[in-house]
Design a protein around this ligand. Structure first.
Ligand SMILES: C=C(O[C@@H]1C=C(C(=O)O)C=C[C@H]1O)C(=O)O
Length: 288
């Protein structure tokens, strides 16, 4: 029997996945968030780093690793609304088909401001879609990071990522994680590592993931340099992008996740997490 993993392999998970050595008996495929969400729910993979909102929507049958997340406190740089009209004047917004969580986050952010533009699924680059009749475009992942830098960059010795402007080339970038922080003061959790409750991961896999994360974070400069080359971005940008993530689903992240769950999926089933490091899985035997 093999255990099947599905990885969303955006650059933001490189510090966890790049140095992962899969234990014997575990296989892995990769894809974008909406593909991995579907693969997990349809039983084509057994564990995946899926969109947090899908974990919440399917909380009755999923469980998540207790100490893994893709989260940030403040800006994320790669979940962006690119817009040419000010937010209150937005009429038509294109949504990437790759995302579930960020679409729900955009809805929360718009609702908090009392805004209700038309939202439509459409693929393409931000500038291209803005030129074709949309006044807002939601983009996520590596391409959104590159497009953000095209608007906000370049970094100079005098600037930092956080001091770069949000507007350039006639386009404003609204970072949705930064908006969430302004609204709630909490981190935002984009992804968790979830599995169906009937197929929990072998402990060897979870141990290997923890080891890989330790290695990845310990060698962050190398990981960043490799991905900077792939992305065509300066090393400094990718290094800042990566250290800014919160990969351990800590108490503040769970607060943020709980708050998002209540707003985005009212009436959801209780969120369940597996045993923490060092804890044993609960016995499935009936009490004596
Ligand atoms: C931070 C990001 O988070 C990703 C966003 C997701 C979504 O919007 O559904 C899913 C997984 C995350 O890894 C990103 O893509 O840039």
């Amino acid at each position: 029997m093999t255990y099947r993993a599905g990885w969303i392999h955006y650059t933001n998970v490189a510090p966890i996945l790049d140095r992962l050595v899969l234990p014997i008996g575990v296989t892995a495929v990769t894809g974008v968030p909406t593909e991995m969400n579907a693969a997990l729910l349809e039983g084509r993979v057994d564990i995946a780093n899926i969109s947090a909102v899908e974990f919440i929507r399917n909380a009755d049958r999923l469980e998540a690793l207790p100490d893994f997340s893709v989260a940030v406190l403040g800006p994320v740089y790669s979940v962006n609304l690119f817009h040419t009209a000010p937010l209150p004047a937005l009429r038509r917004v294109a949504l990437t088909a790759q995302s579930a969580t960020s679409v729900a986050l955009l809805e929360v952010v718009l609702a908090a401001r009392g805004l209700s533009p038309t939202l439509e699924r459409a693929e393409g680059g931000a500038e291209e879609l803005l030129a074709s009749g949309y006044d807002g475009v939601l983009r996520i992942g590596d391409s959104a990071l590159r497009e953000w830098y095209a608007v906000a960059g370049p970094l100079t010795p005098e600037t930092t990522m956080t001091s770069l402007p949000h507007t350039g080339r006639g386009i404003t970038v609204t970072d949705l994680a930064e908006e969430w922080f302004r609204l709630t003061g909490h981190p935002f959790v984009f992804a968790v590592w979830a599995y169906r409750r009937d197929a929990p991961p072998p402990p060897e896999l979870v141990r290997a993931m923890r080891e890989a994360r330790r290695e990845g974070i310990g060698h962050l400069a190398e990981v960043a340099a490799r991905h900077a080359l792939k992305l065509g971005l300066p090393e400094r940008v990718v290094q800042h992008y990566l250290w800014n993530f919160r990969y351990h689903l800590e108490a503040p992240d769970r607060l943020g996740l709980g708050e998002f769950a209540a707003l985005a999926v009212p009436g959801h089933a209780p969120l369940r997490f597996g045993p923490r490091p060092g804890e044993r899985r609960e016995s499935v035997l009936p009490p004596a």
